[in-house]
Design a protein around this ligand. Sequence first.
Ligand code: CA
Length: 441
Amino acid sequence: MTINRTHDQRAGSWVASAQATACDFPIQNLPFGVFRRAGSSEHFRGGVAIGDQVLDVGAAASKGAFSGAALAAATACGRRTLNELLALGPAAWHALREALFDSLHANAGPAARDALASCLVPQREVEMALPTHIGNYTDFYTSIHHARNVGRVVRPDDPLTPNFQWMPIAYHGRASSVVVSGTPFHRPMGQAMPPGAKAPVYGACARLDFELEMGVWIGPGNPLGQPVPIAQAEAHVFGMCLLNDWSARDHQFWEMAPLGPFLGKNFCTSVSPWIVTLEALAPYRVPFERPAGDPLPLAYLDDPAVRAGGSLDVQLEVRLQSPVHRARSLAGDRLSATSFRHQYWTVAQMVAQHTVGGCNLQSGDLLGTGTISGPTPGEAGALVELSAGGTRAVPLQSSGEERRFLQDGDCVILRGWCERPGAARIGFGECRGEVLPAVES
Ligand code: CA
């Protein structure tokens, strides 16, 4: 994925809000989501964020704003989900990106402006839906720092499993409980085995946690039995979002041996509504590197392009806003900040591993990257790490509270953005979710 004119840092849009300082959605971003006017009976349909507006892409297509491959992609974007757009592949996505960039550019002609201006809807007036019908959701485990931090809680003498440095490991998750940002969820009920107890207890999760992750949205799928070679893996990826893999640690640690996570993970997974395309992320690629002495990937997980630029420098942060924060109109406290570049495995390696045995990915499928924890303690992407398994309190400075795990009413807010000299700053918006009390049964 090369840098092209749609990444030009100097480009501006005739949509004035796209130039606002720290705006997540300048003309260099153009992320895709599914929206409708809030409280309306309109159909949900695909749109593109620009400044504080949503461009109704299907409406713009029907006004004659696009032609050729861009028109076909824009028409697919106008459906109730983005599955059809995602199935079209990189050439169609690139054609639509260029057409959107030109039409929204400050130098666009009056005809293009007039056609698109009537297709803008303020973001504050819309509700967002999941971007695709998600057929399958798989959650990886690709941060070596997270694996070591959590491994110390479960297996203090041997925190890293022997497979971790040889392949991106994952479990098959539950697509039906993936929700869009802003959707609250109930604290789950389940079984846990308290330390030293002889029999498990049934009740509301006592160790509710978040996991800072990114989501990977699959573009064209692969036929059953035909693996995706690593050199072609990124052509099967449309883009990325923020993802919170809410986790019931007490339930999870009791149930996960030997078959892996089940109820500890399947009650809710939240995603941010906007998909930032791989093409928009091109300026923020960084080399995939391994510490000296670590094993190099096996040949089927190795590729010159991955080595040269397979990692992505996405800045990430986690905030917690408690009911006390909200009562005092406080934004909440930052619990963690890190970069996606520290992951031990890349997106291309995840796709290659997922399909190497012949498993078929389908358009609109979702992959989670696994918790993103950086190398230092303040970069841990889950409370179980920040509180060392609940043994030390994490202070919430601005409200004077502390947390070991999440309480009812807590709202966790993930944010992500990319910035570097010579490129525009682009953002992912936010992924927000609130913990509601358990429904006792
Ligand atoms: Ca996870």
